[in-house]
Design a protein around this ligand. Sequence first.
Ligand code: NAP
Length: 520
Amino acid sequence: MKTLKSYVCGRWHEAENGFATLVNPSTEDAVARASSQGMDMAATLAHARDEGGAALRAMTFAQRGTLLKAISRALHEHREELLDISMENNGTTRSGAKFDVDGATGTLAFYAALGRDLGERRWLADGEGVQLGRTSRFWGQHVLMPRHGAAVLINAFNFPAWGFGEKAAAALLAGMPIIVKPATSTAWLTARCMEIMVEAGILPAGVISLICGPTGDLLSRLGTQDVLAFTGSAATALKLRGGENLLKNSTRVNIEADSLNAAVLGRDVQPGSETWNLCLADVAREMTQKTGQKCTAVRRIFVPQASVDPFIKVMGERLNEEVIGNPRDRSVTMGPLATAGQLEDAVKGVARLAEVAEIVHGSGRRCDGVGAPAGKGYFMGPVLLQARPDASDPVIHELEVFGPVATIIPYTGDPEAVAAAVSRGGGSLVTSLFTDDQAEVESFLAAAGAFTGRLYVGSAKVAEQMPGSGVALPQSQHGGPGRAGGGAELGGLRALELYSQRVALQGNRPMIERAAGTGK
Ligand code: NAP
């Protein structure tokens, strides 16, 4: 069995005990083990801050962009191997694995291009300069300076490649060294990415470190210039964000947590229309891609009461087409859940939802998978539920079942009424609205916009270009208010703010403009 190593202080660390076992979720065979025992977290942090931070801050954006491009290329050259690990350890189908691995290399390449375009500067001007005095001689300009600490990047089990890649791209371009900590159950893919980067010889000392296994006392050592960027469950986020040293030092913390994302089918959309088809295709994909284990997956589907029956009928037919099993079997379209714990939670979650809603498709129980040994594997088919029209029970808006599960909520009111129901989720990463009616979009935006990080408006005119509501494009913000963690990642150069300190530069205009890099 493979033993995953951490990479800290410029060398590989292999633990001697304290191992957690990683399995193939289709067969339950052990595939690797991981442990961080014996690691010196103080030295890890110091090496990243002192060596990696200094190296990155000395680099221009163009040079950091070149580094990101080299990382993206090196990973892409090993694409087939990385897809294979994803299938083996995450149970993803090949297309689900591409979503993760290509998402990582694509996001790294996107930020590499931003770095190239920013050129020879080492910090960013933020917005326009402004006259502060009686004349324009006294001038103000905000700048974003790279923070002098280390960025600890903790990721969830479902995106071991993209989760690492999207955070790494922003932090490194901003000029901060990173310490990457993948979820242990699926750490193999991230660990292999690290090996590839080290073997390629592209990383200056201390720029990237990797911890496979628990973080020990690392987080309690974070100080005023460090950043904690966390992705995972709301429960873990609650525990981590309250760390006494983090509060005392005002350590930057960004949380990407879970979210009860909603899809809303507009009142104007007729069954069989292009927008109707777009909505059905999107919801079906979001329920089943990566077996519903996406933070952006649709969990609640708001459907006009009159359209509920045809919606369930067509959706049921789509979901029936799914072939559940071991992704090694070419006929399989949906793999297992990633771990025994995830399956157990999903089964319990469906049972809880079924107390207040009716299961209209699927069973919510474990099943055998095509191409997998009988009785083995964490398989569960897609489950569609239908809530009562008032959907009054809070569990529908509060319980995230992290699997191929969604609940239809029939509605009869106007966009404001639907928006009020959507906002009962307490804040989401993404909300999708399918409509061709401009007034519906604006009413819904006014009422529900503040409750979501992204509003994805599906309509006939852009149907062929829309990648799916679950895709976190690097140009647009990823993150949402409230329940979703209150964080913000991606969004082009906005992503660099987390890893930077905004400084208001004030003084003699030519001096300020030259320092900020805005002068002629
Ligand atoms: P999790 O159990 O909260 O774990 C997330 C990460 O935190 C893992 O790397 C885990 O490491 C680590 N962790 C747990 N306790 C820790 C501690 N005390 N100190 C330091 N690190 C700790 O979540 P998960 O089960 O991996 O992921 C599923 C959840 O993530 C879902 O709720 C999903 O909605 C959410 N998610 C959100 C986004 C987003 O962008 N908003 C994206 C993906 C997933 P170990 O594995 O070693 O425990």
